[in-house]
Structures are given as structure tokens and as C-alpha cells.
Write a protein that binds this ligand. Structure first.
Ligand SMILES: Cc1cc2nc3c(=O)[nH]c(=O)nc-3n(C[C@H](O)[C@H](O)[C@H](O)COP(=O)(O)OP(=O)(O)OC[C@H]3O[C@@H](n4cnc5c(N)ncnc54)[C@H](O)[C@@H]3O)c2cc1C
Length: 520
């Protein structure tokens, strides 16, 4: 009888539990991780992701050219970034170290200072580089910078343990407090450096050259007034071990967001822009959106914002403390060509037609001077240090013209050029991203034709504060194909230093966002 009673009880209609539903606004890496973790925590929850653009990934954007693809936004994570590493492994994505991704022939890092001079140059061996660093910047400040950078990484790593133990944080401030970084959002980079004991009397070079260079390369910001979190985010890869401690996802970092969203079994609505979120009956939230040219609305139990504050729909109503920063645009320019080691010279005359070994340089290299004023501070007479080449020219006098050989040597020697605080060049940083045959023959008659035909041509990524028009690019390159140049501008209007969500609404963001890094 007891058994049949049990059977009857199990056959009795159970009250239907509605499936909880969550809308995520923004399909960048933040929204994708939110969807993935949510799915892991709750297999039954319904997850809808609204993404304004036609593709997910947000600021992990690449050029989408398969093997030749170049990151336009986030390019690397440090090896200590456990979540990114674990997610890549779980999704079966391969990772490669930045040192491996530098393209054939490796290449060194240089820092460009005033008058386009290279003030620091990595050496072929680690020991030599260490010696050069010590000679230029001094043991004590270097040691302190690295120690503080390592502590910064350890501070953030505490969060892995806290979160693994089930700890959650209501606000970004709470999270930073758990990491021991509560004072940092209100501290400038200059103050953080002073606190770390770096940049005192006679130690300015380290911050003016190395820290400024890393900041320029990361977010294009000036080092001193920037937020401390932002500045140590830039220093972290150095403290972690340089290019052999930073990795990217093979096939593009955007594959992470795509993979996480697919694995979370979320319904992804690309080209859907959320316009407003309103609180309705029973504490549910109604989200209005525009998608496929139509207005729509849907109701959810919870909403997760994973979009920059100023882009947040109805941000003023649901999110407090959404302060706006004046946004510094960051331009990305991809150029297939040969950097000209004495590019400023071209503003004075023609490229020398005969190369060092007496070979005739094809007439296409006999370029006429572009009509750029030679006294412009943006185009100094010498872009890069001629001493670098004199040392390699077997004592030959510097006659002021770049040869093809010099340019090839220079382009092979350097993989990254950072800029010091006083650099007066039109770029913030330049990085080499592989050498490949360009897609098809040159479409600009005469530009690099012979090089394209005979050897793989380097592809350079330039970050700059201003747009690099063809007129501005021309003096930097011995030859390049302007038809293959690609441009992208990162332009977001605001920053969101801390969140104070109302019931049912959460905000997912990245440390650089809280740190008021310019890319926010
Ligand atoms: C040039 C550059 C270099 C960088 N380098 C690095 C690096 O090397 N390492 C690193 O860790 N970080 C780097 N970053 C920072 C990193 O890219 C960001 O911190 C991170 O990608 C932010 O992710 P997110 O998901 O929070 O925001 P986002 O990537 O901005 O995603 C937000 C998404 O929300 C969408 N959206 C906005 N409004 C709406 C709306 N109303 N409705 C629907 N969708 C909406 C947007 O289209 C976007 O896809 C870099 C950033 C830039 C710009």
C-alpha cells in the first residue's frame, strides 16, 4: 500500500516552476563569460544575449583574415589570467605566446624617444637585454617596478580563490577590496609609481620611457594622470615576464567570446540594440530593443549589463555612479610595407636610387618628396636613430638616404616600437604582426611590387591618437601599398567606475573598465 501511495503521489501534477530567464546586454568577452558561467551554474536557465553589432566579441575584434588575421583590440592576456586560459582549454582553442606570434625572424622591442631616436633596444639575448635595462634604468627602480607589478598580479589572483570558494561581490569596490586594491581606483599612475618607490630623483627615465611606452601601447593614454589600475594593467605583462608570459588565442581572441556563447547554449541576437530596461510587475524587467529594423520587447527575471556605461540603455535610471570620461580615441592602422628607418629624410629629397651593394633599386623607390612641411613637429627630420644604422653600415657615411637593405634589416630587427613620453612621432606604438604575402598582387601600381614578388612583406599595426591619413603614413614607410591599408577607430563614450545595481540587474565589466582605462 505504501508503494502504491508513493506512485500516486509521484503521478500527481506538480506545480510548474517557470524556467528562470536572463537577458545579457552585450556580446563582448564580459557578456560571453557571464553566459558561460551562468550556464555552468544553472543548466535550466534561459539565456538571451543581445548584441548591437552584427557579430559578437566587442573589443576582442580582429580583421577576420584567417591565418593572416590581426587583432584590432585586445591582443593578449598574461599567463596568470586563469579564467581566459581555462576557457580557451575548455573550448579546445590553441594559445600562442606573444613571442611566438611576432612573425618569422622574431624581432626585438625598441623605445622611440625625442627626435625619433631609439632610446632603448632589446638585445638578441636575455642576459644582454637585462644588462641594457640595468644600465639605462638602474637596478633599484627596475626592481621596484617589477615587484609592484608582480604584487598587482598576485592581488588580482586572490580573486580566483575567493570566487572558487563561492564568494561574490556586490560592487566593483567590494571586489577590489577583496583583492587589496580598494584605494587604486582613486589613485593616479603617478601616485602609484611614487608609492611603489619608482620615479624618484634621477629615476624618471624608467617611467618616462618604459611605463609611458607600455601605456601608449595599451590604451594610448599618458602615463602620469591615468588611473593606477590602468597603468599597472599595462605594466603587468612586463612584470609577468614579457612577451613569453603573454598569450593570445590562435585564430583570434574573438574566438573566445564566440566559443563561450556557443557552449553556453544562449540565444544570441546580433544586430539587436537594447534601448531601455524597465521594471515591471512582480519585479520582472522588460527590455525594449531594436532589431532587424523593428522594435520589440521581452520580459526577463534578470538583466546583466555587459556594455560600456554610456552605451547602457536607460543607464541613468538603472545604474548609478555612471560617470563619464572624456574619451580619447584610439586609431589602429594596419600597413603592409617596409618601415623606413630614416623616414624623415624623405621629406628632404629622393630615396637614393642605388643600394649599398651597388644594385639598382627599382625606379619605383625613387619617390618624390610628399608635400609635407619639413618643420612640422609630427615629421621630424629623422624618425629613427641614424646611429643604429651607422653601426651596421661598415663605417659608410650617413648620406641621409635609406636603402632597401637598411630597411629590410630594420624591419627584421624590430617587432615592437613603443614611444616614450617625449616621442614626437605620429604614432603611439608600432608592432609587427607576421610576415605574409599580401592577398593578391599590389593594387597600387609601383608600391612594393618587387618586394611582394620576392619576399614576405611585414605587416605593421600602428596605434595613434590621430587618424593616420595616407599623407601621414607615407613618410614612415619606404614602400607600402595604400590599397591594402586598413583602419579602425576605437571610440566609446564613457566609463563606469563602479556599479550599484538594483534588484535583478547586474553589471559585468573588466578591470580596465573600473580602472578608467581609455578603452572603456
Ligand atoms: C586597442 C585595444 C587594445 C586592448 N588590449 C588589451 C589586451 O591586450 N589585453 C586585455 O586584457 N585587454 C585589452 N583591451 C581591453 C579589452 O578589450 C576590454 O577590456 C574587453 O574586451 C571589454 O570587454 P567587455 O565585454 O566588457 O566590453 P565590450 O568588448 O565593449 O563589449 C560590449 C558589447 O556590448 C555591445 N553593446 C553596447 N551597447 C549595446 C546595446 N545597447 N545593446 C546591445 N549590445 C550593446 C557592444 O557592441 C559590444 O559588443 C584592449 C582594448 C582596446 C580597445
Amino acid at each position: 500500500a505504501a508503494a502504491s501511495d508513493d506512485m500516486l503521489a509521484s503521478q500527481a501534477p506538480q506545480p510548474i516552476q517557470p524556467t528562470p530567464s536572463v537577458a545579457i546586454i552585450g556580446g563582448g568577452i564580459g557578456g560571453a563569460f557571464a553566459a558561460w558561467w551562468l550556464r555552468n551554474a544553472s543548466p535550466a536557465v534561459r539565456i538571451d544575449v543581445y548584441e548591437r553589432s552584427s557579430a559578437v566579441g566587442g573589443r576582442t575584434l580582429d580583421t577576420g583574415e584567417g591565418d593572416a588575421s590581426v587583432e584590432l583590440g585586445a591582443s593578449m592576456a598574461i599567463v596568470q589570467n586563469r579564467y581566459v586560459a581555462e576557457a580557451a582549454t575548455a573550448l579546445g582553442l590553441s594559445r600562442q605566446l606573444r613571442s611566438e606570434a611576432r612573425g618569422r625572424g622574431g624581432g626585438r622591442l625598441g623605445i622611440v624617444g625625442a627626435n625619433g631616436r631609439i632610446v632603448f633596444e632589446e638585445a638578441p639575448s636575455g642576459v644582454q637585454t637585462a644588462w641594457r635595462l640595468l644600465s639605462r634604468y638602474g637596478l633599484r627602480p627596475l626592481h621596484r617596478l617589477r615587484r609592484r607589478g608582480s604584487e598587482f598580479i598576485s592581488n588580482f589572483s586572490r580573486l580566483y580563490e575567493a570566487q572558487a570558494a563561492g564568494r561574490a561581490f556586490r560592487e566593483a569596490d567590494d571586489l577590489l577590496a577583496a583583492a587589496g586594491l580598494e584605494a587604486w581606483p582613486r589613485m593616479t599612475c603617478a601616485a602609484a609609481m611614487a608609492e611603489a618607490g619608482v620615479g624618484g630623483e634621477g629615476e624618471g627615465r624608467l617611467v618616462e620611457e618604459l611605463v609611458a611606452g607600455l601605456m601608449h601601447n595599451n590604451y594610448g593614454q599618458a602615463w602620469a594622470p591615468s588611473g593606477a589600475l590602468c597603468c599597472f594593467t599595462a605594466v603587468a605583462p612586463l612584470a609577468a615576464g614579457g612577451s613569453s608570459a603573454a598569450f593570445s588565442v590562435v585564430g583570434g581572441n574573438g574566438a573566445l567570446a564566440r566559443g563561450l556563447l556557443a557552449a553556453s547554449n544562449a540565444t544570441v541576437r546580433t544586430s539587436h540594440s537594447v534601448r531601455a530596461v524597465r521594471e515591471g510587475e512582480g519585479g520582472r524587467l522588460t527590455l525594449s530593443y531594436t532589431g532587424a529594423g523593428e522594435e520589440g520587447a521581452a520580459t526577463y527575471d534578470h538583466v546583466i549589463y555587459s556594455a560600456p556605461c554610456a552605451a547602457a540603455p536607460d543607464g541613468g535610471g538603472l545604474l548609478q555612479r555612471c560617470s563619464l570620461l572624456e574619451y580619447q580615441r584610439l586609431h589602429v592602422t594596419l600597413v603592409w610595407g617596409l618601415l623606413d628607418p630614416r623616414s624623415g629624410r624623405r621629406t628632404h629629397g629622393r630615396i637614393r636610387p642605388v643600394s649599398r651593394c651597388g644594385r639598382q633599386v627599382p625606379s619605383k623607390f625613387r619617390l618624390d618628396s610628399p608635400s609635407i612641411p619639413t618643420d612640422s613637429p609630427r615629421f621630424p627630420a629623422r624618425l629613427l636613430d641614424p646611429a643604429f644604422f651607422r653601426a651596421r653600415a661598415d663605417g659608410e657615411a650617413d648620406d641621409g638616404a635609406s636603402t632597401e637593405e637598411e630597411a629590410l634589416a630594420f624591419n627584421a630587427a624590430f617587432s615592437d616600437l613603443l614611444t616614450a613620453a617625449d616621442a614626437d612621432v605620429p604614432f603611439l606604438s608600432i608592432g609587427r604582426f607576421g610576415e605574409a604575402a599580401p592577398p593578391g598582387p599590389s593594387r597600387s601600381p609601383g608600391a612594393c611590387d618587387r618586394l611582394y614578388a620576392t619576399s614576405p612583406t611585414p605587416r605593421w599595426k600602428l596605434f595613434s591618437r590621430d587618424a593616420l591619413s595616407e599623407e601621414r603614413l607615407a613618410p614612415l614607410f619606404l614602400c607600402h601599398d595604400d590599397a591594402l591599408t586598413r583602419r579602425h577607430v576605437w571610440d566609446a563614450p564613457g566609463a563606469y567606475p563602479a556599479s550599484r545595481p538594483r534588484r535583478g540587474v547586474a553589471h559585468v565589466t573588466t578591470p580596465s573598465f573600473i580602472g578608467e582605462c581609455i578603452d572603456s
